[in-house]
Design a protein around this ligand. Structure first.
Ligand code: NAD
Length: 375
């Protein structure tokens, strides 16, 4: 069993899909791990550290040759994988809805694409869930980047020269990233409020000491929603939400938006007219900027200024904490393969529940139901 790790090729991607720790763990399972030279540079991991952990270092071609499994943060171009074994597995994020052509190319290349974003949100898969591990870091980083951009302090300070008032932070979308954003902003001493379409998040917001701000007149999504995810809301709900946001946002200093809907563009939560009501020097961080954005006018990796408000958002927020993000991502991948490792066959054998959920392509075909629905 040969596992290959390539250097990530996407612009600005500093993460890597294996660390010396996971290389060692794969070694203990009996697998050989090959790592492309320089793959860990962006995450502060040297070639030597990989070598010490037991990896073979080499060029992309050499690493991929005869590989049974390729691990990636973002799925590599299948053209890079020509030397891999026929039907080799590639476990990575594929952005299956956004990058449908790449999925088709994987099918054509006869590779088995395993999309880590499609990991089901079930208890036993929590340790394999890259969306959670990366969103958690992204929620933290969004607050830190906002605090850095904001020309004022976060905590209230009573000094001999007078009082500095606490920043007011509003978090929109309280999934994994939103919860971490609330916790981080609280730790920095801000006054925090938050909203979501899923009513189950109200209690979570309160338990972190923040104030829930919810649409009450139109029903949101009860319980956890479909598989824990939100769906697109009715026009009536969207109108009520816009009114609520307009009233609240004018009093906020920092707004962090994190709202996503799987398979669709991110919902628009803040319009230009609403931005205009915010006070000069306020900051909006759009965590959904790479998925189309929650905020009108936001641009990935660009600081946009509108009506005196700074709108920011990295295209790859977790990638700005590359060392931690790589460590967690790599463990997710290891936990995934390890959970299904078959001692006799010396390779992982996926079960139906998780295998069918994550498998995009097999035997030259696109086999995932969620993609057939959108074809
Ligand atoms: P996500 O990244 O898909 O979306 C972020 C948040 O935005 C969600 O809370 C969503 O409800 C919210 N949102 C969507 N549209 C909105 C709108 N118009 N206005 C306001 N908010 C909006 O979500 P996520 O972080 O992946 O988490 C989704 C759910 O999955 C959560 O309930 C989370 O606790 C659950 N989860 C479960 C597991 C597990 O059991 N293994 C793992 C991770 C997450």
């Amino acid at each position: 069993m040969r596992i290959a790790i390539l250097k990530e090729r996407a612009t600005g991607e500093n993460r890597v899909a294996a660390t010396p720790e996971t290389v060692k763990k794969f070694g203990a399972l009996g697998a050989d791990v090959a790592v492309e030279a320089g793959a860990g540079t962006g995450a502060a991991i040297t070639d030597e550290a990989y070598r010490d952990a037991g990896a073979e270092l080499g060029s992309a071609d050499a690493v991929v040759r005869e590989a049974d499994i390729v691990l990636g943060v973002q799925a590599p171009d299948p053209a890079l994988l020509q030397g891999a074994k026929p039907g080799a597995w590639v476990a990575a994020t594929f952005d299956p809805f956004g990058e449908r052509d790449r999925v088709d190319a994987y099918a054509q290349a006869g590779l088995e694409a395993l999309s880590m974003e499609f990991m089901p949100r079930i208890t036993r898969a929590q340790s394999m869930d890259v969306l959670s591990s990366q969103s958690n870091l992204a929620g933290y980083k969004a607050v830190i980047a906002s605090a850095d951009t904001y020309g004022r302090a976060f905590p209230m300070m009573m000094t001999a020269a007078g009082t500095v008032s606490a920043a007011k932070v509003f978090v929109m979308g309280v999934g994994v990233a939103g919860l971490q954003a609330i916790a981080t902003a609280k730790r920095l001493g801000a006054q925090v409020s938050a909203t979501d379409v899923r009513s189950a998040t109200k209690e979570q917001i309160q338990s972190l000491g923040a104030k829930p701000v919810f649409v009450e007149e139109v029903e949101g999504i009860e319980g956890e929603g479909s598989g824990g995810y939100a769906t697109e809301m009715s026009a009536e709900y969207q109108k009520a939400q816009a009114e609520l946001v307009s009233a609240h946002i004018a009093k906020q200093d920092i707004v962090i938006t994190t709202a996503l809907i799987p398979g669709r563009a991110a919902p628009r939560l803040i319009s230009d007219a609403q931005i205009a009501t915010m006070r000069e020097g306020s900051v909006i961080y759009d965590l959904a900027v790479a998925q189309g954005g929650n905020v009108e006018g936001s641009k990935p990796d660009e600081a946009v200024e509108k009506h005196g408000v700074k709108i920011i958002g990295f295209g790859n927020t977790a990638g700005h904490l590359a060392a931690d993000a790589s460590a967690l991502f790599s463990r997710n991948l290891f936990n995934f393969l390890n959970a299904f490792w078959d001692e006799e066959q010396h390779k992982p054998v996926l079960d139906e529940e998780i295998g069918d959920a994550v498998r995009l392509t097999k035997g030259g075909k696109v086999v995932n139901e969620r993609l057939h629905d959108t074809a």
